[in-house]
Ligand binder design. Structure first.
Ligand SMILES: Nc1ncnc2c1ncn2[C@@H]1O[C@H](COP(=O)(O)OP(=O)(O)OP(=O)(O)O)[C@@H](O)[C@H]1O
Ligand SMILES: [Mg+2]
Length: 298
């Protein structure tokens, strides 16, 4: 029989599991709706530490109110588990969209714009996400992007945030012990994700990923720049290729330092495309923009 936790949530199926616990699709028996629950089982020794950690994750998530960031409803704890109750995203991981093929520019832009808006909202409250990767980004069936997993998020000026990240997506400075990190680490990860999406995982692997983790780290830490999408003959506009190359600068001083700069350039690029029209510049995401992914995904 399905397990009921915190006297109210019936666990239906596992959506994924990771370092810290598992995420379930669950039914809220009181409000009679589906939710997502990130649940970590605890014992008397680990309880305090894990409760603090998940509390931080839920608090940080709650600080960011944005349609492209998953919404947190609550955090609940018992003697045996701690659970973050969230909005359930019905859709797929962003990764799925470019695992078997390269995402064409027109399609990528619809998602990329939402991702940039999501990151802008995160940075705007003084947080760095620190684990931007295509497993932590969901795309709803309607094509709406939802950034998830604030498990590693930290204040921008936090002295010693918990170490970690997802190796392939980590900016060079995060791989250096003791180096100061800033918003640029998320900009790099987002740029890297877009780069991978436009190449497609298969081609990306052919080009780079025969490298073992240690070799990858060494290469990321080297001065050698990523080959631009233009150089690789990927069919993308010069503007997008340059924007992504700027996000992928290995030296954080040469990279975009603010996501608002990326956003401004992206909006200039989008304005040149007739089907996007003029995106609202000061509104976080206009209702029209929420349709973009769906339109472009067709
Ligand atoms: N709100 C949600 N709605 C639907 N699915 C979700 C939601 N949040 C997370 N997931 C799914 O569960 C997976 C794991 O979630 P999350 O990344 O938050 O957990 P994690 O334990 O930190 O995992 P990892 O260590 O792999 O990053 C995600 O990759 C995603 O597929
Ligand atoms: Mg995750």
């Amino acid at each position: 029989m399905a397990e009921i936790i915190h006297g109210r949530f019936k666990l239906l199926r596992k959506c994924g599991s990771g370092g810290s616990g598992a995420v379930y699709q669950a039914r809220d028996l009181r409000l009679k709706r589906l939710v997502a629950i990130k649940r970590v089982t605890v014992d008397s020794r680990s309880r305090r530490y894990l409760l603090d950690r998940l509390l931080k994750e839920a608090e940080n998530l709650a600080r960011v109110e944005h349609p492209n960031v998953v919404e947190v409803h609550d955090i609940l704890d018992s003697d045996t588990s701690v659970s973050i109750i969230m909005e359930l995203v019905r859709g797929a991981r962003f990764l799925k969209l470019f695992q078997k093929r390269a995402l064409p520019e027109s399609e990528l832009l619809g998602y990329f714009w939402q991702l940039v808006a999501a990151l802008d909202a995160v940075h705007d409250v003084g947080l760095i996400h620190r684990d931007v990767n295509p497993r932590n980004v969901m795309v709803s069936r309607e094509g709406v992007i939802k950034l998830t997993d604030f498990g590693l998020s930290a204040e921008v000026d936090e002295d010693e945030p918990r170490a970690g990240g997802t190796l392939g997506y980590m900016a060079p400075e995060t791989l250096r012990r003791g180096a100061r990190i800033s918003y640029g680490v998320d900009i790099y990860s987002l740029g890297f994700m877009a780069y991978q999406a436009l190449l497609g995982i298969t081609q990306f692997k052919r080009l780079y990923a025969s490298r073992k983790p240690r070799d990858w780290m060494r290469w990321v830490l080297s001065r050698e720049p990523f080959k631009t999408l233009e150089e690789l003959n990927v069919p993308v506009s010069q503007e997008l290729s340059r924007l992504i190359a700027g996000m992928l600068e290995k030296n954080p001083d040469a990279r975009y330092k603010k996501i608002s700069e990326v956003r401004a350039e992206l909006e200039a690029l989008l304005r040149t495309l007739p089907r996007f029209g003029t995106p609202a510049s000061d509104e976080a995401v206009s209702p029209d923009s929420l349709e973009l992914g769906a339109q472009l995904g067709s």
